[in-house]
Design a protein around this ligand. Sequence first.
Ligand SMILES: NC(=O)c1ccc[n+]([C@@H]2O[C@H](COP(=O)([O-])OP(=O)(O)OC[C@H]3O[C@@H](n4cnc5c(N)ncnc54)[C@H](OP(=O)(O)O)[C@@H]3O)[C@@H](O)[C@H]2O)c1
Length: 339
Amino acid sequence: MRAIWITKAGGPEVLAVRESPDPEPGRGEVRIAVRAAGLNFAEVMARQGLYPDAPKPPCVVGYEVAGVVDALGAEVTGLEVGQRVLALVRFGGHADTVCASAERVLPMPDDLSFTEGAALPVNYLTAYHMLFRVANLRPADRVLVHMAAGGVGIAVLQLCRTVPEVVTFGTASAAKHAVLREEGCTHPIDYRTEDYGARVRELTGGEGVDLVLDPLGGRDWKRGLGLLRPVGQLIAYGFANLSTGERRSVRRLVAQITGVPLLTPVAMMDRNRTVSGVNLGHLWGRSDLLREELAALLDLWRAGAIRPRVDGVYPFEEAAAAHRRIGERRNIGKVVLVP
Ligand SMILES: NC(=O)c1ccc[n+]([C@@H]2O[C@H](COP(=O)([O-])OP(=O)(O)OC[C@H]3O[C@@H](n4cnc5c(N)ncnc54)[C@H](OP(=O)(O)O)[C@@H]3O)[C@@H](O)[C@H]2O)c1
């Protein structure tokens, strides 16, 4: 099989396509001939040496694939060789062949393309889980989402549209605002040229928002807490602020980590605030939940309520360009890799 290896921590040039023997599916696993694999921000951070969950390099990362079942391990029921499927894997998805636990493999709708299929699982599960499991989004809620033009951000905007009158505030570079509006963002905010906190306060008459979805981390978590109105909730789900440029910067790491707010239950109680955390990669033991949420998302896809936005499709040999596309903040939506 061929796979994209992170040979060591560093810039995109550390990526290399290498050959190795095909894996054999173990008990309860299916082997998938991968047609498309999602590239996530976490995997860019893994390459930079900034993602502690990733295996030590040299390694193959990748959380999600779309492809065709080509072999079944013992005791697998309900799936067949030749079936088109989506799968969550941890890790090894950036390969042309992967073995996945059948618990985390779902048949794909016939008219969902492999490219779109690979763009769906991680981004939409993260967004769906935050909005509907952790936050209980209600009509007319106000939601602030950062990295709004990224894969998760666009999924959040589309899912917010499924609840009446939700007002969304999305931070992204100005060039991406037209797309944000198309995706239903009520108030795109250019965080590069204006203070997003001041803008949110102005737009809400000083009241703030009900939900802050923050994958930036550090000082932004502190700012987000200050933007919550009573009964508001902040969900921390990433630490993108650790990542700048192509390589790790120790100075930036220290500045961001020391900016993380210190919270006490008493302060949360007295201010009627909730802080939650979401890490999909740490929910692997809850396959029941992941399957249920993924099935709900496929129903939303069938109903036309969600449509993954694919920014670009890169052959494995151009993985470095795919990583640069995200690292240089040029992507709008999902970056997909194809063998
Ligand atoms: N906890 C979980 O389970 C989970 C699951 C999935 C994703 N996440 C997190 O959610 C966030 C979004 O992930 P994603 O895959 O949707 O992202 P993505 O599509 O790769 O988004 C990249 C975009 O984010 C913006 N950005 C903001 N800060 C950045 C930085 N330091 N470096 C590069 N780009 C930056 C840029 O857009 P602008 O030009 O508009 O700023 C860039 O184009 C990440 O922090 C990721 O780790 C968490």
